[in-house]
Ligand binder design. Structure first.
Ligand SMILES: [Zn+2]
Length: 162
């Protein structure tokens, strides 16, 4: 099953993804035990919020980078909300984050490493694919990825470090 969308990422999305990848590589070199995942929310071409994986902070399993980025973005935009926004992330979003994106009205997701190439543990529902979320969504959501996967794959691949 192919998860890649039909359109190309914009230069703003690629710039944000490159920045997120560099930050994820930096996090991986620091000596804490977090999974080095970084996400951002874009409104149009503008990055309005960043998020790092914070699951390790309070042992809160819901603090994925995408959730953290959406929370920051929503806090800064109490009236506008996130409807129509784009999320970029260094790893294909898990099922929880996809659910939250649908609730928030995110319309576009650009990710670096794809599920087929990474450790199984990043996903909890092996029987659910991006295509299932696209098909089942109330509002259309577009997925672009893997994009720039080679730059970040060593962080998440089965033979890589945790
Ligand atoms: Zn997630």
């Amino acid at each position: 099953m192919k998860d890649t969308g039909n359109t190309e990422p914009t230069s703003a999305e690629l710039g944000a993804l490159g920045h997120a990848i560099r930050r994820a590589l930096e996090l991986a070199e620091s000596h804490d035990d977090r999974a080095p995942i970084v996400a951002a929310v874009l409104i149009g071409d503008e990055v309005v919020a960043w998020g790092d994986n914070e699951v390790h902070v309070d042992k809160d399993p819901s603090r994925h980078a995408e959730i953290v980025a959406m929370a920051h973005a929503a806090g800064d935009r109490p009236e506008g909300g996130l409807k129509g926004a784009t999320v970029i992330t260094t790893l294909q979003p898990c099922e929880m984050c996809l659910g939250a994106m649908g609730m928030a009205g995110i319309e576009r997701v650009v990710f670096a490493a794809g599920r087929d190439a990474v450790k199984e543990g990043y996903f909890a529902y092996p029987g659910l694919f991006l295509a299932d979320f696209m098909q089942a969504a109330r509002h259309p959501i577009e997925f672009l990825g893997p994009v720039m996967e080679a730059d970040v794959l060593r962080l998440y691949a089965p033979s890589g470090q945790d």
